[in-house]
Design a protein around this ligand. Structure first.
Ligand code: ATP
Length: 457
């Protein structure tokens, strides 16, 4: 990082010095980000540029960057080969490669991946993995398999554990990249002919389960992971995968109760509302539009996704990762309970700052929540409309006004959901199994993208 900064600084100095009338340069463009052109005139700090789209732009000299006219049209596979390592140079290089479906580019030993937004199966098949196996870094075209291969080889040759950090903004392709890294590591360290499911299969197969509960549609990504994930793959002394652990961080709890257009709540809620009729009847679920936690937004369906089919696929994935039928039923009972909980409304009680369950409809949802959570309905009601404070001297019970009761209802929903998620992760980890004797591991950290919100909740 330090090296990168000093290079940029060196470039900047070179930039201002190099720009003369007739120079080929990059200037900012409101639509294209950067556009190239030729310097017509320089007045002190002001540079007049004739751009390739036929306009004349005046920009400050500090915002004008030299263009390498000798750069290969198809770009270079390692950004350190660029003559100018400034923003337009880097973006132009990535764009030129992207045009040719080259989604990967190195910057030294960092890999930059650009989301192709289309399946490129030939990039990830077994033949490709075979090519990268043992190849020196940089010898072949940049690829996510090359990064995984270096991590694996270093671990084998030097006995060093390694971690690969996958970062980028939401929708950039971190989760897909993580899956490819795992697939390669499974290919290198997998065991063949082992009876039953292997560790690596289980790790890969745990994805659909985690995604059903931890992913949601956002503005930028229909399947956005709303949690950070660190997958630790343990290896034995022969370099074979011997265990794995998934650690999750920072599940976005607020989404359970607050969703804004055009986003959705977590997938599992919609999947359950699309379950076979007998299951919906069992949980007293209907159209997602009838639930407060889902109807704050107008988005209920995802293009090209059938929630009914996804529900069945999630149940199958749960079978695969070793979640029993009984446990699956309990999981979905909790999901249904949260939907009913969100529909409990409160009205002002007789006493000041107190509340009561609003009407018969709310009472029905309260009873359903209690039934599904297998708790006493009266205790649940008290927990929602009262606050209990424990002091060294006494236990004080205070009533809550309707607004505070809503806050306490939502807090309960968020807590139940995040505990359910943690429980699922534990369950998956127990079923995959850890290797206490493992000497080395490769970790892959996929931490969700930053976003800029109007309001930060
Ligand atoms: N290498 C790839 N090949 C094909 N499609 C891809 C690839 N990378 C990303 N995509 C597409 O882009 C979508 C978004 O990618 P992904 O979910 O991995 O983003 P993300 O960075 O993990 O986002 P978030 O932080 O919101 O979870 C994927 O659902 C997939 O359709």
């Amino acid at each position: 990082m330090v090296e990168m900064q000093s290079k940029q600084h060196a470039m900047y100095v070179a930039t201002t010095d190099n720009i003369i009338v007739g120079s080929h340069v990059w200037v900012e463009d409101p639509v294209l980000a950067w556009i190239d052109g030729e310097v017509l005139r320089i007045n002190d700090e002001e540079v007049h540029v004739h751009t390739t789209n036929g306009k004349t732009v005046v920009a400050s000299i500090s915002k004008v960057f030299p263009k390498d006219t000798e750069a290969p049209p198809g770009g270079v596979d390692d950004m350190t080969k660029l003559s100018y390592l400034h923003e337009p140079g880097v973006l132009h290089n990535l764009a030129a490669r992207y045009e040719l479906n080259e989604i990967y580019t190195y910057t030294g030993n960092i890999l930059i991946a650009i989301n192709p937004f289309q399946r490129l199966p030939h990039l990830y098949d077994t033949h490709m993995m075979e090519q990268y196996k043992g190849a020196a870094f940089g010898e072949l075209s940049p690829h996510v398999f090359a990064v995984a291969d270096v991590a694996y080889r270093q671990m084998i040759n030097e006995g060093k554990s390694n971690s690969i950090l996958v970062s980028g903004e939401s929708g950039a392709g971190k989760t897909e990249t993580t899956k490819m890294l795992m697939r390669y590591l499974a290919y290198m360290g997998g065991r063949s002919g082992v009876e039953g499911r292997t560790v690596e299969q289980q790790v890969l197969e745990s994805n659909p389960v985690l995604e059903a509960f931890g992913n949601a549609k956002t503005v930028r990504n229909n399947n956005s992971s709303r949690f950070g994930k660190f997958v630790e793959i343990q290896f034995d002394k022969n370099g074979r995968i011997s265990g794995a652990a998934i650690r999750t961080y920072l599940l976005e709890r607020s989404r359970v109760c607050q969703v804004s257009d055009p986003e959705r709540n977590y997938h599992c809620f919609y999947l359950l509302c699309a379950a076979p009729p007998e299951e919906r009847a069992q949980y007293k679920l209907g159209n997602p539009k009838s639930f407060h936690y889902l109807n704050q937004t107008n988005c209920y369906e995802l293009d090209g996704v059938n929630d009914a089919e996804e529900y069945l696929a999630t149940r199958r994935a749960m079978d695969i990762v070793g979640i029993s039928e009984e446990e699956q039923e309990a999981i979905f009972r909790v999901v249904a309970a949260i939907l009913h909980l969100g529909n409990i409304e409160f009205a002002k009680g007789e006493e000041i700052d107190s509340s009561v369950i609003k009407d018969e409809k709310s009472r029905f949802h309260l009873n359903m929540t209690a039934e599904l959570l297998q708790c006493d309905a009266k205790s649940l009601e008290d927990a929602l409309i009262q606050r209990v404070m424990v002091t060294p001297e006494e236990i004080i019970t205070r009533t809550l006004d309707p607004l505070s009761a809503v806050v306490s209802r939502d807090a309960l929903a968020k807590t139940i959901y995040s505990r359910l998620f943690d429980w699922l992760v534990d369950k998956i980890n127990n079923s995959i199994g850890q290797d206490p004797n493992s000497k080395s591991l490769i970790g892959v950290l996929d931490i969700y993208g930053f976003e800029s919100f109007k309001f930060n909740r």
